[in-house]
Ligand binder design. Structure first.
Ligand code: N01
Length: 540
């Protein structure tokens, strides 16, 4: 950080937002609408967040397109037609750019710039922010919106740098197209990203070798194009769709759980329901399932068994099919990937599956990958190995609060927040889209969180308050509630080895860091808190 005199001469804004994804753009629009001076800093070369970075073939929504946008602006709703029920990344990126232009926000956005440090200045009661360009900016309200799933995770495979072919991570996909035609390709990782890219590569590569450590319960996305008539009907029913979104646990426009338990019905009726769910779109297989699917181990095993049989039907080689069926966790213990022709890819002659439990990777080589069984030669290796999720991106900003307290240390045992927004010891820091946000449809949950933040900032502005600071007690009580809520889910949700808990990153503290009582309850609590004048938050 620079000399104090340089800081005071640095450009000053009422608020600085970090990240031009769905949540950051919404926060920017709300703050600008309040009449504040606002700057948004974005590391990428364009607007789009997740959808800017994860531009790999096959990347698309698993939420219904029309549920994932902004719902507070009728003109914007009326001005955009989605072409598919689950749109692909390029279209989503175009939508976000459209929203930015619609609201005239581009002048507030600085691209190709990273925040490399942010320090709370106790003398000025403002945030001093250092940028990768060498610039410094100051602001009263610091609003990181850097995402749950944006800090890339690359496992430390030995000698990775020695590989002489192309190496790409799904979450840092190049802008120029990667041509897999006639190439020998490897994919490491078989969760949501791997499951999307594998069938796309399989179609064109000479060979595709998939390195799988743990299989997932992938189910069909059941995507389809949306016609003009479909969009007209969606538009005519926006209020009904919004009401469904506002009511369901994960904030999707789904029916919500079947009130019956799995074994309340005959086997014939249960299987009929399972078939129907399997043909439904996206994550409605989770949200519209029998009421006890997630909580009751027998119910979970019945549904998981049904999907295992579907995998056996779809994959011709029974040995490969068995390798693709999860054995260590039930459906829903991890976020279930939504696929299109994923299992069929393994029926192609050019696709092979390597089970890393049987033959682990020993090392990367200049020519490819060596496992305990074989040496493989590749032209291209794709890492679909996920993210240092939930807290990774916030911690990478190097945030320091009162008395130099580093966020990394404050969250050493897991994140401590009120509603994922306010952190004790970090006045005027308003995080959005990080830990403790309601699980499910991210923009829907973060819209409520941003609204809570905006209400707090409006109160501070109205009262002429210099600082907004949550008490330790209020934040700890909220964290206790978050942990009690996930414990109460119980059943066979064994959240081990899962990005929700940090379990996918060796050595990371293991703590469930999402809000699991449902987005409606998450919203209700924040609205109640704001209506009561933010008990537990000191406006000074
Ligand atoms: O990442 P992941 P992801 N050696 O962490 C494997 C969202 N998303 O990018 O399970 C070998 O889930 C790892 O294996 P294992 C969505 O919320 C949404 O796929 O740890 N393999 C796993 O197979 C999703 O949940 C969409 O044994 C290693 C994979 O890499 C979240 O992002 C699309 C390894 C990582 O899976 C994350 O998904 C894409 C190692 N050392 C993503 N380390 C939509 O559809 C890790 N792996 C909207």
């Amino acid at each position: 950080m620079s000399h104090p005199s340089e800081i005071l001469s640095a450009p000053r804004f009422d608020a600085v937002v970090v990240g031009a994804g769905f949540t950051g753009v919404y926060a920017l629009e709300r703050l600008v609408s309040m009449g504040l001076s606002v700057k948004l800093i974005e590391a990428g070369s364009g607007v789009g967040g997740t959808w800017h970075w994860n531009r790999y073939p096959g990347a698309r929504f698993d939420s219904e397109s029309y549920s994932y946008g902004y719902y507070h602006d009728q003109e914007l709703l009326d001005s955009w037609d989605w072409s598919e029920k689950y749109a692909g990344a390029p279209e989503i990126e175009r939508y976000l750019n459209h929203a930015v232009d619609h609201w005239g926000l581009r002048e507030h956005i600085q691209l190709d710039t990273k925040v490399v440090g942010a320090v709370y200045n106790e003398a000025t009661k403002e945030w001093d922010i250092s940028l990768s360009t060498g610039e410094e900016v100051r602001c009263k309200y610091f609003v990181p919106a850097v995402g749950l799933l944006s800090a890339t995770y690359t496992p430390p495979f030995p000698n990775m740098e020695s590989f002489e072919g192309q190496l790409h991570h799904t979450s840092r996909w190049p802008h120029e197209p990667v041509d897999f035609t006639g190439k020998k390709v490897a994919v490491i990782g078989t969760a949501a990203s791997g499951v999307q890219i594998i069938p796309k590569i399989a179609e064109v590569a000479e060979t595709l070798t998939v390195f799988q450590r743990t299989p997932n319960w992938a189910t069909p996305l059941n995507n389809h194009p949306l016609t003009k008539e479909d969009m007209a009907s969606i538009r005519a029913n926006f209020e009904e769709i919004r009401a469904k979104i506002d009511k369901t646990w994960m904030a999707f426009p789904h029916e919500g759980p079947d009130p019956r338990n799995t074994f309340d019905v005959s086997e014939e009726e249960r299987l009929k329901k399972y078939e129907q769910l399997y043909r439904q779109g996206g994550l409605s297989k989770v949200s519209d399932n029998f009421a006890d699917m997630a909580r009751n181990p027998e119910a979970n095993a019945a549904w998981s068994g049904f999907i295992a049989d579907k995998i056996r039907e779809r994959v011709k080689d029974p040995v490969v099919a068995e390798k693709l069926i999860p054995k260590d966790h039930g459906f829903g213990a991890k976020r279930p990937p939504q696929e299109t022709n994923y299992y069929e890819a393994y029926n192609r002659d050019n696709v092979a599956l390597v089970d890393l439990h049987e033959t682990p990777i020993v090392t990367f080589t200049p020519a490819g990958i060596e496992t305990t069984a074989l040496d493989f030669d590749f032209d291209i290796i794709v890492l679909a190995t996920g993210f240092d999720a939930v807290t990774g991106a916030q911690l990478n900003l190097n945030i320091r609060g009162v008395d130099g307290l580093e966020l990394r240390d404050a969250w050493g045992e897991g994140p401590i927040t009120l509603f994922g927004a306010l952190v004790p010891g970090f006045p005027n820091l308003f995080i959005t889209g990080g830990p403790h946000v309601g699980v499910g449809n991210v923009p829907r949950a973060t819209e409520h969180q941003v609204n809570f933040i905006i209400a707090a900032i409006a109160k501070a502005e109205a009262e002429g308050a210099t600082t907004v600071a949550v008490t330790d007690e209020a934040a700890r009580a909220f964290v206790d509630h978050v942990l009690d809520a996930v414990a109460a889910l119980g059943g066979n949700l064994n959240y081990k080895n899962n990005w929700y808990t940090g379990g996918n990153i060796p050595g990371k503290v293991r703590v469930f860091s999402q809000y699991s009582e449902g987005v409606p309850e998450y919203r209700r609590r924040m609205e109640e808190d704001a209506a009561k004048g933010f008990p537990g938050v000191v406006f000074a």
